[in-house]
Write a protein that binds this ligand. Sequence first.
Ligand code: SF4
Ligand code: SF4
Length: 422
Amino acid sequence: MPEIQQPQPADTATPPPFRIDAKLHQILYKDTSKPTTIDSDRPLESLPVPVYPQHPDPKEMTKSEYQKLNAIRTWKTWGAPYFKSRWHSDELRPLIPYLFTEWKCNLDCHYCWSYNNKVKGMTEDVARRSIDWLHSIGSRVIALMGGEPLLRPDFIHKIVNYSAKNDIFVYLPTNGRLMKPEVIDKLGDAGLATVNLAVDSVNERKALPKALKPIRPYFDYLVKRQRYYGYTVMFNINITRINMDDVKELTEIAHDAGIATDYHINETPMMEQTHFKHLDENSTYLTPDDWSKVDDLLDYLNDKRSQGYKMANPKQHMEDMKTLMRGEVPAWDCRAGQNSLIIRTDGTLAPCFPMYSATHDWGTIGNHKFDVGQLTEMKKDCSKHCLSTCNYILGYCYDTRRVLTWAAKQAMHGFKGATGSF
Ligand code: SF4
Ligand code: SF4
C-alpha cells in the first residue's frame, strides 16, 4: 500500500473554551452543586473472580450460528428493553448507559479532552453497584468508557463476566494498544458482545496516535476470533483536519475485514475542560477551508454505504455533520438523562459524555436526580452544538415506526445480520 502524504498542519486560531450558551454553562458549572461521593455507609461490594476458561478449546461457529447468536442477543438486550421503555415512558430506563471505569489513558490524541491521568479509576464496589442498579431499572446494555478501559484488563474481565452472566450486552471501546491475544481470549470467553476499535490513522503520528499499524496483529487476531466467541467488531473513526485520506483507507480495511465503521466529526470542547492541554494551535481542528473537503468525504462515505458497506451512523447523521462543523445543527431529539446516561468513575451521574465535567447535581447510582424539565430546557441550547453519535442514533431510533420497519426488513432477510442501517 503506498505511503499516504498527510497535509501539513496549518496555524489554527485558538477556539473558545466552550461552545454552549454562557448562561447555561454557568448553571451547569456551579462549584458546589455536584455530589462528591456516593453513600459510604454500606459494606464494600466486589465482583466475582471469573473462571477462565469457561469454554476450553472453543470451536468456530458457522456464519448462520454466529448470526443467530447475535440476533437473539440483540433482541434480548436492545429490542425487549426498548419496547419496555416505551411502555414505562415516565421512568428512567437507560437503553445505553455508559460506565466510565477509567478517566486515564495511555495515549494523547490532540483533540481529546476525555482523559485526565490524575483521576482515580472506578472501584470494584462502584462498578458492581452500578451494574446491579442499571439491571434493576431495566438496562441490558453496558457501554464501558474512558480514557482507556483496558488499562486494567483484569478489572474489565470481571465486569464483562459479571454483566454477561446477567444477560447484559457489554460494549468495549478501546484504542487497542493493550488488546493482546490473551486479553481478547479472556474477554471473548467471558461473553463480551462488541468491540469498538477506535482508530484515526493508518500510520501513527504525534497528533493522532490511535493508529492501525501499531496494533495490526491484535486487530487481525480480534477479527479472526469473532466467530469463536460470538462478539462483533467495528472501527470508530474521527474525521479531523489531518486524516481524511486515512478515513477512506480505514473504511476499505474495515470492509475487507467484514466489519462496520462508525464516524465522528472532530469537535472542540462543548463544555470547559480545565485539564485539556491542546486547545491552542490544534492541528486536528477543522477550519472553514476544510469544510468542502469534509462534505465530499461524507458524500463519498454515504456512497459506500449504498454499495453495501456496513456503517453504524444513519445517513442523516452524516448530513447533519456538515452543519455541525459550520457551527450549529437543527435541534434533535436527544434522550440523554432519560434513555441514556453516564456513570463517572466516582459513581456520580450525568446525562451524557459532553457533560462529564459539569458540576450540576444529577445524583448518584441508585439515587438519580434527572429532571425532564431541566433536561429539556438545557437541550434547547446544547443540542444545537452537539451530534453525540450514540445519543443521536438513540434519538433517531426512538421511534417505534422506524424500529418496526427495520425489524420487518430484518425478518424478510431471515435475520441474517444487519442489512442496512436505519
Ligand atoms: S485513545 Fe481515546 S481516550 Fe485516549 S487520548 Fe485518544 S481519544 Fe482520548
Ligand atoms: S444534546 Fe444531548 S448528548 Fe448532546 S450535550 Fe446536550 S444532553 Fe448531551
